[in-house]
Design a protein around this ligand. Structure first.
Ligand SMILES: [Zn+2]
Length: 106
């Protein structure tokens, strides 16, 4: 649908904080570029009826990013890997029957 100057369209008004009737005051490529709220008469860019992200959302996003950044810098591999106990070398055992029997001197 082509927008024309003076058309009344719905858009989100930041002053009224809700979707309101707006008049198209500026067009770009047949799209509304700027609109004027018919309630508070405030001009603003056409927002495609999208409310801007709330400050709470922005703060949440910032916090989330901060956490991600922190996780990215702290290397999780600082904890030493468990050292495997070296396998015990088999003790040299004298094979049975070959033990020298020392005769007690008379
Ligand atoms: Zn308004």
């Amino acid at each position: 649908m082509r927008a024309r100057l003076g058309d009344v369209i719905d858009d989100y008004c930041v002053k009224c904080k809700r979707i309101m009737n707006h008049s198209v005051v500026s067009c770009l490529n047949d799209e509304p570029a700027k609109v004027r709220c018919r309630t508070c008469h405030g001009d603003h860019d056409y927002r495609h009826e999208q409310a801007p992200p709330s400050k709470a959302d922005l703060r949440k996003a910032a916090l989330f990013k901060e956490v991600l950044d922190r996780m990215g810098t702290a290397s999780p591999e600082e904890t030493p890997a468990p050292v495997e106990a070296p396998a015990e070398a088999p003790a040299e055992t004298v094979p049975p029957g070959k033990t020298k029997r020392v005769k007690a001197p008379k």
